[in-house]
Design a protein around this ligand. Sequence first.
Ligand code: M6R
Length: 369
Amino acid sequence: EKGGYDYFMLKEIAEQPKAVADTLLGRIDGAGSLTLDEVRISAAELREMDKVVIVACGTAFHAGLIAKYAIEHWTRIPCEVELASEFRYRDPILDQQTLVIAISQSGETMDTLMALRHAREQGAKVLAICNTNGSTIPRESDAVLYTHAGPEVAVASTKAFLTQLVACYLVALYLGQVRGTKWADEIRDVIRDLSQISGAVERVLETMEPVRELARSLAHKNTVLFLGRHVGYPVALEGALKLKELAYMHAEGFAAGELKHGPIALIEEDLPVVVVVPSPRGRSVLHDKIVSNIQEIRARGARTIVIAEEGDEAVVPYADHVVRIPATPTLLQPLVATVPLQVFACELATARGNEVDQPRNLAKSVTVE
Ligand code: M6R
């Protein structure tokens, strides 16, 4: 059932282009507009929403962090993202004009379920983004948008994450579409870019051998840091989470802009630091900032592992290793930038002799607190 792969995780990483394409399937029509029939909250209700709150745990929370950038950019509705375990124990401000989005692969995560109950009690509408048909979270929500990743067996989430991102982009674009925001032209372009993204994920997968080699060469290390900006910041958090879970290494993700506020003190000779570099096209200010961050950490001895777009030559002088990803619009970059980090963590786990599909102390679905 592992389809010729040694681990479910490897199989699930390889299935990502299909999972992404399947999650888009039937939801974009030939004219480039969105149909999301499973969203059973009416367009009229969605037009009234004045706030979006996303609740989730773990990897699904990272998808939510990325969704915030897309939702606020395409819809101009304020969006908050919160760990379900924090949200459920505070006194959040919610009403009928709040759209709560609960993201969960399994649909059974206790904290996310309790967070959505808490939200509904206060009159908020809840939309679930879920991978498991008929599970508790979608059953208890007002509406659901299913991700079509297929069953995910490995404890470490991979293909579910990419499809959660796709679903979040779809929700953001749909909200933008029904609310008729001034970004209509951009929305059409993004829909076109999204429909080509599974090919880009495929291309990343074809070029992963150097990443595996690099991972093996770092198997003796204790710490790896991850840096990003904008949507690259949650990607850095996700890269660090994968490494903790699988390689049992100390791994931390930081917003690159925070370096000088503390984390730069951690940099020492030969410390591996993975940096997710935004596209040099478009919001080039982000790109230039991160290039100077790479310069700063390299000057202090870090071994820089740079995830950068094909053709981005500005990073080369400061990179010990460059991992190339295809060019994508800034907001969609996490769909391609996360893949090398999954491969990196999986290979490090193998090199360290760890159990890849069933890491110690972890369960696939956390149905207790
Ligand atoms: O089933 P869910 O998406 O609600 O699960 C949430 C987290 O438990 C999950 O993403 C966890 O962090 C993964 N092991 C990450 O790889």
